[in-house]
Design a protein around this ligand. Structure first.
Ligand SMILES: *Cc1c(COP(=O)(O)O)cnc(C)c1O
Length: 432
């Protein structure tokens, strides 16, 4: 194995830190959780990423989820090019935004009306404002370790980057804001029942990831989501599924289709924008009627429903609506998870593998892992060594134990075989 070239990335990393806080535009990119110098990428193509030093990698980050078709998927690229030729932004109504909204309404069981925004953060922030406006109540319930973007009232023991960096709450969030958020452990319906029994009249909503994907990957226990459905309904609180990661990922209709539990409001992002900045929130007609200009809950956006972004989103969803897409994703993911399990077994390594469809997480922990406290038993230093050993072998996985490994339709049989071989070597090479 010839050593990986890193000079160009190292030089950019030095420059970046002089002009960008921490050298990055989103914390996890700084490699704080795995050490070493971040890789600067130049281009992507199908399953592959190429960095500024000319190294190639099989990419399992997929821009943190959106790229379920891989990089530069022709339908998406062509749709964006065609839209680009007609103008980048009008700040006014277009046919494409109606079409994307129609596709979402037809796909996601809980969504009768949908509003497009520019990020997942905006979607969850707005959904919570709507829940408060609709119910006239102030407090919310959040599951520890679930990440819902970086709005103030949600940065309360947030997962994702904040977990890895060991910062339970962000500076700059007033205690009064955080005090509006009640925390419960994930997969614990009794804790939700208790919170609702004590504060039910004040609680506007419970928000959670129906499959937790920002503390590693943690699927919901049997019955957990339907228990939450019953409990919130009983107390007049809304149930919000944050499907920014799982929407169009674990099934065309998201986790709510997969598990057969319908929330009141759903948040989307990532895949729905086809790799461009899009978020969305939607739900029952009577709830969404609260949103301005129809109702009193204000929410707006200069670039919302942007023509390039809606073109990408429409092209993406049309591809995902084809036959057997999710079966193909599932099969490639199952092979990789099985390959890793066998390699870990052969190396005598104790690991816990979580998988739902094309979302996979390889925890360096014994398991079982059903909540945030369990997830933090992982050996993150071990993960960091493994991550670098894989990077040196041309496989790019998330630079943090607490992120999800995403399989795309661009990962073909040779990518799967090469990845399994690289995992086998990397496990041994990074053992101590
Ligand atoms: C990524 C993510 C968000 C935040 O989306 P951004 O577009 O990064 O603001 C919110 N919720 C979940 C579940 C996510 O995975």
């Amino acid at each position: 194995m010839s050593p990986r070239r890193t000079d160009a990335s190292a030089s950019l990393w030095e420059d970046a830190q002089k002009v960008i806080p921490g050298g990055v535009n989103s914390p996890v990119r700084a490699f704080g959780a795995v050490g070493g110098t971040p890789v600067f990428f130049d281009r992507g193509d199908g399953s592959k990423l190429y960095d500024v030093d000319g190294n190639a990698y099989i990419d399992f980050v997929g821009s943190w989820g959106p790229l379920v078709l891989g990089h530069c998927s022709p339908p998406v690229t062509e749709a964006v090019s065609a839209a680009l030729a007609k103008g980048t932004s009008f700040g006014a109504s277009t046919a494409a935004e109606v079409e994307l909204a129609r596709l979402i309404v037809d796909a996601v069981p809980s969504i009768e009306r949908v509003r497009l925004v520019n990020s997942g953060t905006e979607a969850t922030m707005s959904a919570i404002r709507v829940a408060r406006g609709f119910t006239g109540r102030g407090k919310i319930i959040k599951a520890t370790g679930c990440y819902h973007g970086h709005a103030d009232h949600l940065l309360v023991e947030a997962g994702s980057g904040a977990t890895t960096f060991g910062v339970p709450t962000s500076s700059g969030v007033p205690e009064e804001f955080a005090g509006q958020t009640l925390l419960v452990p994930y997969n614990d319906a009794d804790a939700v029942a208790d919170a609702l029994n004590r504060h039910g009249d004040d609680i506007a909503c419970m928000i959670l990831e129906p499959i937790a994907g920002n503390m590693g990957l943690i699927p919901p226990n049997d019955g957990y989501l339907s228990d939450l459905r019953d409990l919130t309904e009983k107390h007049g609180a809304l149930l919000i599924f944050d499907e920014v990661m799982t929407g169009f990922r674990v099934a065309y209709g998201g986790a709510q289709e997969r598990y057969g539990v319908t929330p009141d409001v759903t948040c989307l992002g990532k895949i729905v924008g086809g790799g461009l900045p899009v978020g969305a929130y939607g739900g029952r007609k009577d709830i969404m009627a609260c949103v301005a200009p129809e109702g009193p809950v204000y929410q707006a956006g200069t670039l919302s429903g942007n023509p390039l972004a809606t073109a990408a989103g429409i092209a993406m969803l049309r591809e995902l609506a084809r036959d057997a897409v999710y079966e193909r994703l599932d099969q490639a993911a199952a092979e990789i998870a099985e390959g890793f399990a066998q390699a870990a077994d052969a190396a005598g390594e104790s690991v816990h593998i979580a998988r739902v469809g094309s979302m996979v997480c390889m925890f360096f922990a014994r398991g079982p892992i059903t909540n945030y406290a369990d997830a933090t038993t992982s050996d993150t230093a071990r993960y960091g060594r493994y991550f670098h050993a894989l990077l040196d072998r041309g496989v790019y996985m998330p630079p943090s134990q607490y992120e999800v490994f995403f399989i795309s339709l661009a990962h073909g049989p040779s990518d799967v075989a090469d990845t399994i071989e690289a995992m086998r070597e990397a496990l041994t090479a990074s053992a101590t």
